[in-house]
Design a binder for this molecule. Sequence first.
Ligand code: GLA
Length: 383
Amino acid sequence: MTQRPLLGATPPMGWNSWNTFGAQITESVVRETADAMVATGLRDAGYEYVVIDDFWEADERDAGGRLQAHPERFPSGIAALADYVHGQGLKFGIYSCAGTHTCGGRLASYGREEIDAQTFADWGVDYLKYDFCYRPFGADGPTLYRRMAQALRATGRDVIFSACEWGINEPWAWARQAGCHLWRTTGDIVDNWKSIRDIGFGQAKMASYGGPGGWNDPDMLVVGMRGKGNVAEGGCTDDEYRVHFALWCLLPSPLMIGCDVRAMDTFTSELLAHPGLIAINQDPAGLPAWNLNGDENHWDWKNFQLWARHLADGSIAVGFFNIHDENTHKMVVGWETLSLDPRRKCRVIDVFDDEEVCITDVSFAINVAPHSVKLVRLVPILD
Ligand code: GLA
């Protein structure tokens, strides 16, 4: 018997409609997005799933009890849309909720898990984001997510199962066992610095729970939204988007693009498709990053964050994040805190520029401007 590949062996990559389109999502936007993912090279860079979030649903189920697509915004139906997306060499995802209604008040899957999972499988769905609104009092997260995971598995189709429970019942401790491939660790992200900073650097406590087959999900990317769209709340600078993307790559977190990929500027498409950053995110070992400045009581925790991660090839990715509002800061990493022999010489590669900065032992220091990041890869020179 041939072995099926592990679902979610590396963090899922794709696009989701929510951040930009919210309740206005239509089938033509989804089609054009699939086209743009091919044309801009995002598909070839590794982005695979095109996911429709909430508001695709009609007001009523059909005579057979099945969910149906909203007749005005999705007139061709979901199966045809999934076919189109598959035809572009991409995979197709959809959204429902563990309660009776979605967070947007549309019909959802509580008590209808089996028929909905079968409907999704029949339509060709490869990814299901499953929210947590309108669940009956007393119904607990592990039970509700396990129920839908079982229903999906019973269809025989490979479906990535994305739990959107906002971290309220510490899903990192149970969602993998409940059959989820990723689980939200936080409330909703919005497109501004405070949101990416607070969510992103709040990931230390659950970091060690993520790995092949099950990932912490600090929510979708706002890179490139530039203050436009459904969760736009001010926008970010280029440096801040770099901080956001570099941290999500390093954690590693799922990479679900949230901007309008039909209208990306060059900065955005180059950042999202950066081969060096994506290679770190998709590193086959899938080990978690850790925060080197320790716990929240450390004197400079609020200003400077140093994160590192061991990669499959024996190199170590190190992110120097300056989250101070005004001051440039010289940040230092010592080999000892990376479990490296201090005498070991390493090549220091700047990941953004894809250039060797120096060869050194003991430690490496770099100046980092406010609200910005330097990301390096330390490659031990073995003698
Ligand atoms: C919740 C989720 C969001 C989005 C909306 C849709 O708020 O956390 O990511 O799916 O619902 O209504």
